[in-house]
Design a protein around this ligand. Structure first.
Ligand SMILES: [Zn+2]
Length: 678
């Protein structure tokens, strides 16, 4: 009876995405995916009635084996006939195994093949949590879906520890299945392997050989960055069978969930909706609102005018502000009710869009607003305002909800590195993709980077940091960075706020602003110069051709002439017949076709920030040099998409020249001669 316990039916997969919609049946109800499961650690979703959960559309709630084992204890569930009756909940319950608590709670005494020995935080008793004990407890609780006990470790663990933990997880998975016996309860296994793809592959292979009813991606959201998590989630989801549910444990914000659905995950749980409610905050169609803020004191509007939940239909923001300020439990309850409704509504919208095959559209639209903070009453740096600069020239400082600072172009609203820490994005998109560390160790003449669009110097500083790190490991070839920028205000602004832009706390950036050049005292081979003025014109007179180009201009919305065919032709000419690789954050068809027309080979780059993919361009010489590398060159299939695209020709190409432009692209060596319109 392996797969039949849930009778999983895949109903749709979105085009251009891994997002799926499915239905499965537990012992209590039919479940529609993708879905969010509110967390009811102690057999209660904090401050919520089960009736409220039903009305909001909760299909499964999550309960916690570890906590329920300690209190009230398995015997209570046995005598009272299980958790559904106990908490008056007629829909499904998923119990997690306790693996995460073994990892996260400070009472662990010993870990062995047998299980984890820990001390009860209630009465000091010593308790063994083994796969068998976990399953017996979950049987007594009577959950619809049990989780096999896993050995969770920090996602940033080294490979040896990650491998050991993974292997224990596999042996425990087999023991958990055996302990389940012929119970009708479904059981999921948890794929481990930290951030090592090889281990994830191995873990998925071992566990999918066993007859589990579904698979969870475990060991994420425990210390790694958002991008690492998304990359590993995508990688792991693709290793799991199509005909079983996939569950990403402990994730996340609405945006995190949207991203993971896009990567092929069906089920989620997270404490965030009730936890932020307790702290006075709500997710709304107007952004993320903190109700404690004084701006709501006199607001008679509903919390979210677009929401149909009981909180929004009955209470105004002023009242919620008051409840939050006075610490009243009702505020927590009302905001929690709304947040859970918001999550479920998001999941329903996602499901509908998958079934109607317009998920990508919804994904783009939702992704735009889900990371916004309070649009009507924007949060300003109120305290800092008087003393510290927040604006300069065309730019202002933007603080992301995640807490990092970046620079916003005021007129267009465009933000440099809006979604990830600027240094993290610079490292991922430019430094790592350019294989800068490896290149620096190659004995050769000096390496030149053209940093086109200095901005607040995140990319240049990421390259400098890479040099400094690598210099500790051995001797390096010299590195010279040439930054092009016509407006230094964004860097000057950031330099006023090194409390926020901590990566600028070095001598280089100030020297670049003051003198236009910098030579590292510590590393004689490391130097940096600024070429001020119009980027296009100045590239022509650059002192040296590049080996690498970091192309990070504002998008074509804000500065249209930096993304034209003429610009890329000029860049190509600037490469002077050398092997040059260019990296840029955009993945727009218009930019890619202009790069192709200019003579570059064009490949897909890894995802970074809010971009699903980025772009790498190579001169023919660079393409030959990397002939043996796995480059994801745009293929004939991309060419077909280009043919159907609305932005087929760069704006500057006259309609009379469209057909010759088309021939030029079709004749590009990157594509096979037979490719063309179908
Ligand atoms: Zn609401």
């Amino acid at each position: 009876m392996s797969a039949s316990r849930l009778n999983f039916r895949l109903e749709g997969v979105a085009a251009g995405s891994s997002a799926r919609a499915a239905t499965f049946c537990t012992m209590h109800n039919e479940v529609r995916t993708p879905l969010f499961m509110p967390v009811g650690t102690q057999a209660t979703v904090k401050a919520q009635l089960t009736r409220t959960l039903e009305e909001a559309g909760s299909q499964i709630v999550l309960a916690n084996t570890y906590h329920l084992l300690l209190r009230p204890g398995a015997e209570v569930f046995r005598r009272l006939g299980g958790i559904h009756k106990f908490m008056s909940w007629n829909r499904s319950v998923l119990t997690d195994s306790g693996g995460f608590q073994i990892f996260s709670l400070p009472h662990l005494r010993a870990m062995s093949e047998e299980g984890a020995v820990f001390q009860s935080y209630l009465d000091g008793r010593t308790i063994l949590l083994s796969p068998e004990v976990s399953v017996e407890t979950q049987k007594a609780i009577g959950s619809d879906i049990m989780m096999a006990l896993d050995h969770c470790i920090a996602s940033t663990a080294d490979e040896i520890s990650a491998r050991e933990a993974m292997q224990i997880t596999h042996r425990w998975a087999a023991r958990s299945l055996a302990a389940r016996g012929d119970s009708p309860q479904a059981m999921f296994a948890i794929v481990q392997g930290a951030l090592f793809k090889e281990l994830r592959r191995e873990s998925a292979a071992s566990l999918t050989e066993m007859p589990f009813d579904g698979y969870a991606i475990g060991g994420l959201a425990v210390g790694e960055g958002k991008e690492a998590r998304e990359e590993m989630c995508e990688f792991t989801a693709a290793l799991l069978p199509n005909d079983k549910p996939r569950y990403l444990m402990g994730v996340g914000t609405p945006l995190d969930i949207l991203e993971a659905v896009h990567r092929g995950v069906d089920m989620f749980d997270c404490i965030i909706p009730t936890q932020v409610a307790q702290r006075g905050a709500a997710f709304t169609s107007r952004g993320y609102l903190q109700l404690r803020r004084g701006v709501y004191k006199f607001s008679d509007e509903p919390l979210d005018p677009e929401c149909s939940c009981p909180t929004c239909s009955r209470y105004c923001r002023a009242y919620l502000h008051h409840l939050t300020k006075t610490g009243e439990t009702l505020g927590w309850q009302l905001l929690g009710k709304h947040n859970i409704h918001f999550y479920h509504q998001l999941m329903r919208d996602i499901r509908e869009s998958i079934l109607a095959d317009r998920f990508l559209e919804l994904y783009r639209e939702k992704r735009e607003f889900l990371h916004r903070v309070d649009e009507e009453y924007p949060v300003r740096l109120q305290k800092a305002k008087k003393k510290k600069a927040t604006q300069r020239g065309a730019y202002e400082i933007h603080i992301a909800r995640e807490g990092f600072a970046s620079i916003r172009h005021i007129a267009s609203g465009e933000i440099m590195h809006s979604r990830t820490d600027p240094m993290e994005e610079a490292r991922r998109l430019y430094v790592e993709q350019a294989q800068l560390a490896q290149r620096l160790h190659k004995p050769a003449e000096r390496l030149v980077i053209w940093d086109v669009g200095l901005g607040a110097a995140a990319n240049a500083m990421a390259a400098i940091r890479c040099y400094q790190e690598q210099a500790a490991k051995g001797s390096l070839r010299p590195l010279h960075i040439i930054s092009f920028e016509n407006d230094l205000d964004s860097l000057k602004l950031a330099l006023h706020r090194t409390d926020l832009f901590t990566y600028l706390r070095q001598s280089g950036p100030a020297a670049i602003v003051a003198a236009g050049e910098w030579q590292s005292k510590e590393h004689p081979g490391l130097s940096w110069q600024l070429i001020p003025g119009d980027v296009l014109q100045r590239m022509r007179g650059a002192p040296e051709p590049p080996d690498l180009i970091f192309y990070d201009m504002f998008s074509s919305k804000t500065c249209s002439d930096q993304w034209t065919l003429a610009t890329f032709e000029q860049l190509f000419a600037g490469c002077a017949g050398r092997a040059v690789e260019l990296f840029t954050y955009t993945c727009s068809t218009a930019a890619r076709v202009a790069l192709l027309a200019a003579g570059f080979y064009v490949a897909r780059g890894r995802n970074a920030g809010e971009k699903e993919e980025t772009t790498i361009a190579l001169t023919p010489q660079a393409r030959r040099r990397r002939a043996n590398d796995e480059l994801d060159l745009l293929s004939d299939a991309w060419l077909g998409k280009w043919h159907r695209s609305g932005a087929k020709f760069p704006g500057e190409v006259h309609p009379d020249d469209h057909s010759s432009f088309e021939r030029l692209i079709l004749a590009h060596e990157q594509f096979s001669p037979a490719a063309g319109p179908h």
